[in-house]
Write a protein that binds this ligand. Structure first.
Ligand SMILES: [Zn+2]
Length: 658
């Protein structure tokens, strides 16, 4: 709570009072705690994808987990369909673990393991359309990695669990490790007696006698590799609930440690209500013939594994957990049922799930609760945490961040206002039906919205999804009395955001409300599309105010200024910052000034947007000796020097350090 309140401060104080029931200490818990950088610059990714010549049909996992010895013994069968007449080897991903043998169509075959891959040689070319199976026998101690290639299977005495998004599946399964190729799944896990195993889909068979127990789960809906999981614990308590919807009855389970069961009973109590609301608005819960569950696991946040969300109950989610419970549940539609086709499209998972947080509060607490949540916890949160330099939602620099989550959610919020609620939700439902149990990329989603709405929305998605940043409006207004019952209202709107980094001039419809002394309110819309633009309205009584986007439908900063500013450039933004020398080897002299000699702050950022140093309350010239905050010399490369006053960036310049 503290962290958020400090940032958004007292401006939002009144809104928080109105909406006191939601208390979110730190939204970044959802960003997987650590930000994982997206390696879209790695040529390896494209190389691998170009060799994907098959379509996975089904995976059959049979694994013995020797928990006391941290070791697995596994047999993994993949059934794939050839997509090429030249398919002579299957290239999948696999890291660590020892392969004992591989069978193809029942016969032992040769293989190689270049870096993170496993290349399985086929006895002859498999014609396109034919299926072939490979069975890998392997064992060893799984190694869980860190960073973007992290994740995998963690073995602990009390809780053993899998956590894979985005690239961790290859650390426990020999599998094509990309989100688009989905398959059916059967998982049999053998564990020492006393342990219970939870996995995707439904439990079809189990034996809980003897020294080793096994649990055989089956997922009859296709699943993406990063959502394949199991968890084993000797401490699971089972809390059961039911989702009744139309003619359907589906079990809801919460498998958590016995000591967490009272907490889970309280915090997950509205799961069935959420399933109903999302089924009403997004379409029937996709796994209605299976289950939905929460599984207590010590992961870095919560993870929407198919039919079961893995959830760390020990984290500080605030007093009201419905936002995160709704977020993960919504992923069952957006992420699991329809999976992002590539990681560049991750906002199709995360932006949709984040939007669903606010969408649930509309249902629970009413329309105003939706708007409060969207403004405070999504849009303002984004504005206050926008990375610098900014990057786009599509193909983002960082996979899990405010750009793909909060800005992604704001895009859907703006879209619903532009096309209207009925077309918006119909677009989502049609998008779901079209790509059900498959995957979709951004252009497929946007085409679906255009098809359903009948509108050309290229301008909207182009500026909001494919370009970075957000608009910063400054507006001023006045009115002229033309007659006793005729007044002309003049509005000037400037977009003062820097266009560095490809931040566009936004084309956006913006609601304008003008209350009048006679009691009426003129409600109109301007189509703002230039860096500076003027608009005129007429009223019958004198205007008492002008409200700029009063419903907060636009992700923006907006400041009312005195009218008369005719163009951008009247401000000090970027006009008088000078850096010398550039490139620099020993020090940089930074010169900048503001009107009336007001003080300002200087921030130094590295190329990833990380703040490396800061100088507060400066006037005139400051010399940076190229040290970071700890007094160590920064590395060679490109840095950004930004002058700010409060939260407003006034000028930014690039400097090269040699
Ligand atoms: Zn999510």
């Amino acid at each position: 709570m503290r962290k958020l309140l400090v940032v958004i401060g007292c401006i939002l104080f009144s809104s928080i009072l109105l909406f006191a029931q939601v208390d979110i200490p730190d939204r970044s818990l959802l960003h997987k705690t650590e930000e994982r950088y997206f390696p879209h610059h790695l040529s390896e990714v494209l190389y691998e994808d170009s060799l994907h010549l098959f379509d996975a049909q089904k995976y059959i996992i049979d694994m013995w987990v020797d928990i006391p010895n941290d070791t697995i013994w596994a047999q993994f069968k993949g059934i794939v369909e050839s997509k090429s007449d030249t398919l002579t080897a299957l290239k999948v991903h696999f890291i660590g673990l020892t392969i004992d043998s591989i069978l193809v169509r029942g016969s032992k075959t040769t293989f190689s393991r270049p870096d993170t891959h496993l290349v399985i040689n086929l006895p002859y070319a498999i014609p396109s359309g034919d299926t072939v199976s490979y069975t890998v026998f392997y064992h060893g101690e799984p190694i869980v990695g860190g960073g973007v290639f992290g994740g995998g299977l963690t073995i602990n005495d009390t809780i053993t669990y899998v956590d894979c998004e985005p690239y961790g599946a290859k650390r426990w399964l020999p599998i094509y490790d990309r989100p688009s190729d989905k398959a059916y799944l059967e998982t049999t896990i053998h564990v020492p007696s006393g342990y219970k195993v939870i996995s995707n889909g439904t439990l079809v068979d189990s034996t809980v006698t003897g020294g080793w127990w096994y649990f055989h789960w089956q997922e009859n809906h296709t699943i993406a590799n990063y959502l394949i999981v199991f968890a084993a614990s000797n401490q699971f308590a089972t809390l059961r609930d039911t989702f009744n919807y139309q003619t359907y009855t589906m079990p809801i389970y919460h498998w958590v440690s016995r000591e967490d069961s009272a907490l889970a009973a309280t915090k997950f109590v509205r799961t069935a209500d959420m399933l109903g609301w999302f089924s009403d608005t997004y379409g029937l819960y996709p796994f209605i013939d299976e289950k939905y569950s929460h599984v207590g696991t010590p992961i870095g946040g919560a993870m929407e594994d198919q039919t079961n969300t893995f959830f760390n109950l020990d984290l500080n989610w605030g007093s009201d957990w419905d936002w995160v419970v709704a977020h993960e549940l919504a992923h069952q539609w957006w992420g699991d049922w329809v999976t992002c086709g590539t990681w560049k499209d991750i906002w199709l998972n995360e932006g949709f799930a984040t939007f669903s947080e606010a969408h649930y509060y509309w249902h629970r607490d009413g329309e105003q609760a939706y708007h409060n949540y969207m403004r405070i916890y999504i849009m303002n949160y984004y504005i206050n945490h926008e990375p610098y330099p900014p990057y786009s939602i599509y193909d983002p620099d960082v996979l899990f961040s405010v750009v793909t989550y909060e800005k992604g959610a704001a895009v859907l919020h703006m879209l619903r206002h532009i096309i209207g609620d009925s077309l918006f939700f119909e677009s989502l439902r049609q998008y779901g039906i079209t790509y059900a149990e498959g995957s979709a990329v951004t252009s497929e989603f946007t085409a679906k919205v255009e098809e359903v709405s009948g509108m050309d929305l290229f301008w909207f998605f182009d500026e909001w999804v494919y370009k970075p940043g957000h608009p910063e409006y400054e507006y001023g207004w006045w009115y002229d009395s033309l007659a006793a019952d005729s007044f002309r209202v003049n509005l000037q709107v400037s977009q003062v955001q820097s266009h560095s980094w490809g931040v566009p001039t936004y084309v956006m419809p913006i609601d304008i409300f003008i209350p009048e002394s006679g009691g009426d309110t003129l409600k109109t819309v301007i189509n703002d599309s230039l860096d500076y633009q003027e608009f005129t309205f007429y009223t019958n009584s004198s205007p008492t105010n002008l409200m700029f986007d009063p419903g907060n439908w636009v992700l923006k900063e907006a400041t009312e200024v005195a009218p008369g500013v005719k163009e951008k450039g009247s401000y000090t933004r970027g006009t008088n910052l000078s850096i010398f020398p550039n490139p620099a080897r020993t020090s940089v002299s930074i010169s900048f000034s503001l009107k009336n000699n007001k003080p300002f702050d200087i921030y130094i950022f590295d190329i990833t947007g990380r703040e490396v140093n800061r100088f507060s309350d400066r006037k005139g010239k400051t010399v940076w000796n190229l040290n970071d905050r700890r007094g160590e010399r920064v590395g060679k490369g490109i840095y950004f020097i930004q002058c700010k006053r409060g939260d407003t960036a006034l000028a930014t310049s690039k400097v090269v350090i040699l």
